[in-house]
Design a protein around this ligand. Structure first.
Ligand code: HEM
Length: 446
């Protein structure tokens, strides 16, 4: 089925050429993806100096692979990212380097085995059912961002704390998460300066109080398991690794909450928006979802009956990658696609530009889930990297895909998603989300 070719989903403006310091500062504050220029979508690497540092903006598969896989030891997560995340999440999986990271990644791995992720399918389907209820009770256009965040948070909660006990204040924890994620997502002017990573980026008093609430809530969960015995949940699996202190467990659980819930909620928001604009794609997905739900009561088994829904999710991640750009700093000289790079250089893996690159995609800014059909999928896996790549690739990749597929199938099988006239502006605040939320309308299918 052909997607509509005359409609191009909203995208941030692109620069026509290099910018000076003040315009860059303004764009970085407003929306960092707008710092990308047309040339980033046509060439694969643009290098130049900025505030005394050589910056390589990479938008080709070979170039991105060079820093994320081929010489991964040379390219560390950049100080800006570290400074932003460390103040909230300590030295856990998202921010640690070297042996400390290896130890924590290893401790986390059993929790992400395929069978464990599949066991969460019921919680994912229930999150979809909760959304059907919320969306069908709305009497007009509804901002889907809040309900989607609640839905994805409920899945993370089911994974980490399926039985949190009577004292778990879900509402207070959810409110605190919103405050912390909001504070992490703000790009500040001072973030532009290449300060070393140990210069902590202070949190405001509101974010600090919220972080304290979250840490206490997680500490109570850890203590509860020590007292009552370990269960079959992610928290217990992390605690079972003897190399992990209670503090490591706490900071890694909070890292999962931060890394794993807003990203999936945003993916679902963009997918619902795109479906509202492409009725024929929506009709095909609804047909597949209804047949899958009718024939397969077990949500885990249903996943194999939803190949087109998967294609829609992948195409959404191509156009609106929740992590549109990642940066790395070289701790020693290296090479990117046959060219020498120096110690201290900054590499920006611009997935947003890679995913819309003229060399690798036909009609790159158009929405066409069939480009992920089995016979048309890109042959080179490095042209599509919504989950990053190499050893530090997203550990929650399968978790996120399964969740997005099951939730989308449930919602679209029961409700028709309709355009409510919103033109969402994609803005990067670490993640790429609609700037002022996203209003959509829903109608029950017969
Ligand atoms: C659509 C949803 C998601 C997207 C697009 C996404 C994307 C990414 C990306 C690009 C990275 C690499 C970061 C870097 O190299 O600097 C990453 C890392 C990570 N993600 Fe995800 N993610 C998603 C969902 C999840 C979920 C559901 C979880 C957990 C439940 C999760 C947990 C993590 C963790 C722990 C890391 C750090 C891995 C490491 O450094 O070893 N993510 N994610």
């Amino acid at each position: 089925m052909q997607a509509k070719v005359d409609f191009i989903p909203p995208m941030p403006p692109r620069q026509s050429g290099p910018m000076g310091l003040i315009p860059v500062a303004r764009v970085m504050r407003r929306n960092p993806v707008e710092s990308l220029a047309h040339v980033n979508f046509e060439l694969t690497r643009i290098s130049g100096p900025f505030l005394g540092v050589t910056i390589h903006t990479l938008s080709g598969p070979e170039e991105i692979r060079a820093v994320m896989l081929d010489d991964v030891e040379a390219w560390r997560k950049s100080p800006v990212t570290q400074r932003i995340l460390r103040s909230a999440l300590g030295d856990a999986i998202l921010t640690a380097h070297g042996d400390s990271w290896k130890r924590q990644r290893k401790a986390m791995t059993p929790a992400f085995l395929k069978s464990r992720i599949l066991a969460l399918s019921g919680a994912m389907d229930r999150a979809g059912q909760g959304l059907v209820e919320t969306f069908s009770n709305a009497t007009g256009p509804l901002d889907v961002s809040g309900p989607l965040n609640v839905a994805t948070l409920s899945v993370i909660e089911a994974a980490l704390f399926p039985d949190p006990g009577p004292d778990f204040d879900r509402a207070a924890v959810r409110a605190a998460i919103d405050v912390v994620i909001g504070s992490i997502g703000e790009v500040r002017f001072s973030d532009l300066f290449p300060l070393p990573e140990w210069v902590a980026r202070p949190m405001g008093p509101k974010a600090f109080a919220a972080m304290t609430t979250l840490r206490r809530a997680v500490e109570v969960q850890i203590a509860r398991r020590r007292e009552l015995g370990l269960e079959e949940d992610m928290t217990s699996l992390l605690m079972a690794d003897t190399s992990m202190t209670d503090r490591d467990v706490r900071d890694n659980l909070l890292s999962l909450v931060v890394a794993g819930h807003e990203t999936t909620a945003i993916t679902l928001a963009w997918a619902l928006y795109l479906l509202s604009k492409y009725p024929s794609v929506q009709a095909r997905l609804a047909e597949e979802a209804r047949a899958a739900i009718a024939s397969e009561a077990d949500p885990a088994a249903r996943l194999t009956c939803l190949p087109y829904t998967r294609q829609v999710v992948e195409e959404t991640l191509r156009l609106y990658p929740p992590a549109p750009m990642l940066s790395r700093r070289a701790i020693r000289p290296s090479r990117i696609a046959e060219r020498e790079t120096g110690k201290g250089d900054l590499a920006i893996a611009a997935f947003y530009a890679l995913h819309r690159h003229h060399r690798y995609w036909d009609n790159p800014d158009g929405f066409d889930p069939d480009r992920f059909a089995p016979d048309r999928r890109p042959a080179d896996p490095w042209v599509f990297r919504p989950f990053g790549g190499g050893p530090r690739a997203c550990i929650g990749n399968a978790f996120a895909l399964n969740e997005a597929i099951l939730v989308l199938a449930r919602v679209v099988s029961e409700l028709e998603v309709r355009d409510a006239g919103d033109v969402p502006e994609p803005v990067m605040t670490i993640t790429l989300r609609p700037r002022d939320g996203l209003r959509l309308e829903f109608a029950k299918r017969d």
